[in-house]
Design a protein around this ligand. Structure first.
Ligand SMILES: *Cc1c(COP(=O)(O)O)cnc(C)c1O
Length: 470
């Protein structure tokens, strides 16, 4: 399978090269030339497969330059009961009102990002070994992404991780999760500043070409194709778990920020999975909701982005959105370039003439949830079902209830566990003991490894020079 860039100016590449990439050289995102088509007979066969068997069937369609036996080993090593809590890996539970919850957050950092990142960690290690390369991963995090990346890459050969986080701005639990990792290849750096300052440092280091080349700097952000691929699998598994046969159509509702998770659902639907609608749920930062309602995409600056109680969705420029828009405008790289120039300049674009396609042909619907909505939803579901939702999942359930059609079965993606966001849960339901998986029970009392630095890229570079052995 060939991979091409949405901007049309990158030579076709194979999976293992795309895996290690951030942006394509022409500034676009890499994606398969065409999405493989799954026919009815194949779907029927896949229905009874285990998670790892299904992952192998799907991933081997995309990762065509990795020998099948090796791919199988990578998958079997990643999706285990030990790592994800059950043999099903992503079980589905049903609320009293019929809404189904797809459990994607039973991995080590209690957020859905583990589903893709754990695979990526193993795949990176494998591909680096094959190519005789090493990588220095740098990143900025305000919570979920950084911890998922660190847990996926800890102890891996030929990879060092330098993760910047804003000093004193994360929850105690999130700090403990990241800073308690003692592995030699994991380096936590608390920057005296905000999340945006951390992100600016990442950019500054990437723009220093000599330094970037010398230390083989890379990232694991949500535009990474390997992450999208790993996420496609659980739409298939979630569909099979939520239905009795392949004539049933279900909708998925996805709490969204960077459009990574729901983009995987969109690709599964393009492959022929009988997904009725893809419901994009946003929080107060609602640029995606605005697009699917009006056809206008007007990204906002960081300074115009609200800090909310579903913080992992506090995003006003959805980095994966380009993969869908590329298809929507008929795979026209030149036009896409123009649209994204207007995104970069802050103007955004108006595709209202294609809104009908976005909704009808591609099945997208959207809705928005506010702080009051998510608090009310957590409280209501706790009272009716004795089921605790995390704030992001609550945004999804709120929107699902709002847009649900008669007889529509909606599967809401559970993107985190409530233990990660104790403050908001307690605001919603009062003081209770929020269940925690055993490995996180006393995490706050473990020793921590972190250096605190002034907000200067030079200081971070010094850390990289000090610790990376070339
Ligand atoms: C990352 C994240 C999201 C948003 O997912 P995208 O792929 O960026 O749309 C939603 N909820 C939680 C808990 C997350 O960590």
């Amino acid at each position: 399978m060939n991979y091409i860039s949405t901007r049309g100016n990158t030579a076709p590449m194979q999976f293992s090269d795309v895996l290690l990439m951030g942006l394509a050289p022409d500034g676009g995102l890499m994606l398969p030339e065409t999405y493989p088509q799954i026919d009815r007979a194949t779907l029927d066969k896949w229905r009874s497969l285990s998670y790892t068997e299904l992952a192998f069937e799907i991933m081997s369609l995309f990762a065509t330059d990795i020998p099948q036996d090796d791919l199988k080993i990578l998958i079997d090593k990643t999706y285990t009961k030990t790592a994800f809590g059950t043999d099903e890996i992503t079980p589905v539970r049903t609320l009293k009102d019929g809404i189904k919850i797809l459990e994607l957050s039973n991995g080590v950092t209690l957020a859905f990002k583990d589903m893709a990142m754990q695979f990526l960690g193993n795949a990176f290690e494998y591909v680096l070994k094959q190519k005789n390369k090493r990588l220095t991963i740098i990143g900025a995090t305000s919570g979920d992404t950084g911890s998922a990346a660190e847990y996926a890459l800890r102890g891996k050969d030929n990879i060092d991780v330098f993760m910047m986080s804003p000093h004193g701005k994360m929850s105690e639990f999130q700090r403990a999760q990241m800073y308690s990792l003692m592995d030699d290849n994991i380096h936590n750096i608390a920057i005296d500043g905000m999340f945006d300052d951390c992100q600016d440092i990442v950019k500054a280091i990437q723009q220093d070409k000599a330094f970037k080349d010398k230390y083989q700097i890379g990232t694991v952000n949500s535009i990474n194709w390997g992450r999208i691929l790993a996420q496609i699998v659980y739409y298939f598994k979630g569909y099979f778990n939520a239905t009795n046969n392949n004539d049933e159509r279900v909708s998925f509702c996805v709490p969204s920020g960077n459009f990574g998770n729901v983009c995987a659902g969109h690709i599964a639907r393009e492959m022929g999975l009988p997904i009725h609608r893809l419901i994009v749920a946003t929080n107060e930062n609602d640029v995606l909701n605005e697009f699917f309602k009006t056809g206008k995409y007007i990204p906002r600056k960081a300074s115009e982005t609200y800090i909310t109680s579903s913080p992992s969705m506090d995003i006003s420029k959805a980095s994966n959105f380009e993969r869908f828009i590329y298809l929507l405008i008929g795979k026209n790289g030149d036009e896409l370039n123009h649209l994204w120039q207007d995104v970069s300049s802050g103007k955004g674009f108006d595709l209202s003439h294609l809104l009908h396609d976005a909704n009808d042909k591609y099945g997208f619907v959207s809705g928005k949830s506010t702080h009051a909505d998510r608090i009310a939803t957590i409280k209501a579901v706790w009272e009716s079902d004795k089921d605790l939702l995390d704030p992001h999942t609550a945004d999804g359930v709120k929107v699902a209830r709002e847009v649900r059609l008669a007889d529509e079965v909606i599967v809401v993606a559970e993107t985190a566990l409530p233990a990660k966001f104790a403050e908001t849960i307690i605001e919603a339901v009062g003081q209770i003991d929020i269940p925690r998986p055993p490995h996180t029970k006393d995490i706050e009392s473990l020793p921590q490894k972190v250096v605190v630095l002034d907000n200067k890229a030079e200081l971070v570079k010094e850390q990289i020079e000090k610790f990376v052995k070339l």
